[in-house]
Design a protein around this ligand. Sequence first.
Ligand code: ZN
Ligand code: ZN
Length: 276
Amino acid sequence: MKVNHDFHIHTYLSLCAPDKTGTVENYLESAKKHGLNKLGFANHFWGSEPGDPEYYNNVKMNPNNYYLTQNYDYISQIKPDLEKYKNDEVKLYFGAECEYDPFKKSVAVSKDHVESFDFLIVPNSHTHMMMPKSCYEPYEKHIDFMFDAFYDIINCEFSKYVTAIAHPFWAVAAPYDRRILNRMISDDRYKKAFDAAANKNIAMEINVFELSKENPEDVSSMDEEIRLFRLAKECGCKFTFGSDAHVISEHTNYSNCDKIAEILELTENDIAEIAK
Ligand SMILES: [Zn+2]
Ligand SMILES: [Zn+2]
């Protein structure tokens, strides 16, 4: 199956983008090169009252008040460009990588805005920002945090607006090899979670950020991701693909995702409705 979409693109409106090359115009050009016909823009986003304002305003946990900036008005600045570059070849979508609020046990979006998005992806694994550092060890605590976040996201009041879990169980910026955690998670524990997500029609994102940097023929380092996605597929989860590019250079090898689709033997039927 040829992957024809990317539903995880950051533009320069994500404060963590190292340069300003992540523009709608540049991604559109890249999409055409890769033969994509759907592009979903998902800048980092926090759009609700924080469950714990003290935590949210704590610059140690929330560097540079990152999420104070990434609010609805701020990320909506992309809208004029989505209009300007509208075309028949590649459909453009306004979305967000919306944060998970562990204090509210919910997705950090408000009722006022949730329906303005074409799609939302939500990570259960931004543990570098949203998890107390005391949970890094023992590893079980870190794993439990990701499972709690996963279930909170799929059971919260906004779950029907969640298109996919962004990079599921991929402990971002962990101070040790994040795959140590994945290796400790049993098939059964994964399957219970994926069954629950499949019931809610929430897809799993196949994030190819690392693969896009590595040799596409060498997927040996991705054993744990492959196991996870095989189990998700077995449970009937649908999938979206995402580059997680923050700058245009991170989109150069996006077509490597076809390799993963092949390994997982995915067909059109395994793809989330919006991305088909
Ligand atoms: Zn993320
Ligand atoms: Zn991202």
